[in-house]
Design a protein around this ligand. Structure first.
Ligand code: SF4
Length: 340
C-alpha cells in the first residue's frame, strides 16, 4: 500500500493529518502525483461521491475599493482595466440569478468590492435576496467584506445561507499582500458569520509568493475555524496589479495543493476557484478527483472557460452535477470497496 493510501486511511478513520504529512504531499514527486490524487479521491468520494457542486458569481459592485490587496484588480493600488460600477440594480442581480439557475448552479454568490458594506447596501440587498429566493431554488452566498453583527443578522433573515470571507493565506504571509486590514479582522468576520448561524465559507489564494509552510498554515487555520466551504483560488496575475509579474505555479503543484487541502479538511466542500483555467490548464479535469465544487462561467474580473466546456468536462470525467437539496447523509458513502 502506498504511503498516500496509508495517509488516506488515517484521514478516513477520522484522524487528523500532521503538518509534516501535509508538507510531504506538497513535496511529493511528479511520479507519485497520480497516487496522491487517488488518495485524495478516496476521501472526496467518501463525503461527496462523484457529485460536482456548481456556483455562479455575480460581481454586484466592481472596483473602487479603498483597500490595498495586491492580488486584486479592484483595489486602490491597481490600475487594471476592469469595469467599475456601484451596486447593480435588483433587476440585474435577478438576471444573474436566472443565468445561474439555467447553468445548473445551486449556489448564487453575490459579491461586492469594498472593505465592507454600508447599512444601505445591506438593506437594498436584503430586498433583492427575497426576490431571488422567491423565484429560484438556489442557495445564496454573500461576500461583501468585513461585516457588523446587525448586518450579518439582516442577511441571515433575508435568506442568505452562506457568507464568504477568505483568509487568503497564512497569518504570517498576510502583511506581504495587504496592509489596510489584518488577519484578525478577517477571522473576526468569519467568527461573526458562524455566531449568526450563517454557513462560513473561507478560502485561500495560492501562488502569491507564499512558502509551502504558509499553504499548510492556511489549511490548518481553516480546519481550526471549522468553515464549511473552502474556495482554493490560484493567483491570476492580472495586468495592472502589483502581482502581475508573479510566476505561475505548475499545474502539478496546484493539484498537490488541492490534495493537501482535501486531506487536512476531508469533509469540507473544496472548490477549485479563480485561476482554475490559468493555473491548472490542461490538468483541470484531474482537479475534480480532489475538489467537489467549481465556479461556472466567469470570475469577478477575469473570464472563465465557457459553461459548455465545464459541463463537458464534468460529463467526460464521469462526474455528475450535484442537485440542490442533497444532505450530508445523502452524500456520505461508506465506500468500503474503495478503502484499502
Ligand atoms: S479583495 Fe476585496 S477588500 Fe481587497 S481590494 Fe479587492 S475588493 Fe477590496
Amino acid at each position: 500500500m502506498s504511503k498516500w493510501n496509508v495517509m488516506a486511511n488515517k484521514v478516513l478513520a477520522k484522524e487528523s493529518l500532521t503538518p509534516g504529512e501535509a508538507l510531504s504531499i506538497l513535496m511529493s514527486p511528479d511520479e507519485e502525483l497520480l497516487d496522491v490524487i487517488a488518495a485524495a479521491y478516496r476521501i472526496r468520494y467518501r463525503y461527496f461521491q462523484r457529485y460536482v457542486r456548481l456556483q455562479y458569481l455575480m460581481n454586484a459592485k466592481s472596483g473602487l475599493c479603498p483597500e490595498d490587496c495586491q492580488y486584486c484588480s479592484q483595489s486602490r493600488v491597481a490600475t487594471a482595466d476592469i469595469p467599475k460600477y456601484p451596486h447593480k440594480t435588483s433587476g440585474e442581480i435577478l438576471e444573474g440569478a436566472h443565468r445561474a439557475h439555467a447553468l445548473g448552479a445551486t449556489t448564487y454568490c453575490i459579491v461586492a468590492s469594498g472593505r465592507g458594506p454600508t447599512d444601505r447596501e445591506v438593506d437594498n440587498l436584503v430586498d433583492t435576496i427575497g426576490q431571488v429566493k422567491n423565484q429560484y431554488n438556489m442557495r445564496i452566498c454573500a461576500c461583501l467584506g468585513l461585516l457588523k453583527p446587525d448586518q450579518a443578522q439582516k442577511l441571515k433573515e433575508a435568506g442568505v445561507e452562506r457568507y464568504n470571507h477568505n483568509v487568503n493565506s497564512s497569518e504570517d504571509f498576510m502583511p506581504h499582500f495587504v496592509t489596510t486590514h489584518g488577519y484578525t479582522d478577517r477571522v473576526k468576520t468569519i467568527n461573526l458569520v458562524k455566531a449568526t448561524g450563517l454557513s462560513p465559507c473561507s478560502g485561500v489564494i495560492f501562488g502569491m509568493g507564499e512558502t509551502l509552510k504558509d499553504r499548510i498554515d492556511a489549511a490548518f487555520a481553516l480546519k481550526e475555524l471549522d468553515v464549511d466551504s473552502i474556495p482554493v483560488n490560484f493567483l491570476v496575475p492580472i495586468k495592472g496589479t502589483p502581482l502581475e509579474h508573479t510566476d505561475l505555479m505548475s499545474p502539478q503543484d496546484c493539484l498537490r495543493a488541492l490534495a493537501m487541502m482535501r486531506l487536512v479538511n476531508p469533509s469540507k466542500e473544496i472548490r477549485i476557484a479563480g485561476g482554475r483555467e490559468v493555473q491548472l490548464r490542461s490538468l483541470q479535469p484531474l482537479g475534480l478527483y480532489v475538489a467537489n465544487s467549481i465556479f461556472i462561467a466567469d470570475y469577478l474580473t477575469t473570464p472563465g472557460q465557457s459553461p459548455d466546456a465545464d459541463h463537458a468536462m464534468i460529463q467526460d470525467m464521469g462526474f455528475e452535477i450535484e442537485p440542490i437539496g442533497l444532505r450530508p447523509e445523502d452524500l456520505a458513502c461508506d465506500a468500503s470497496s474503495r478503502d484499502d
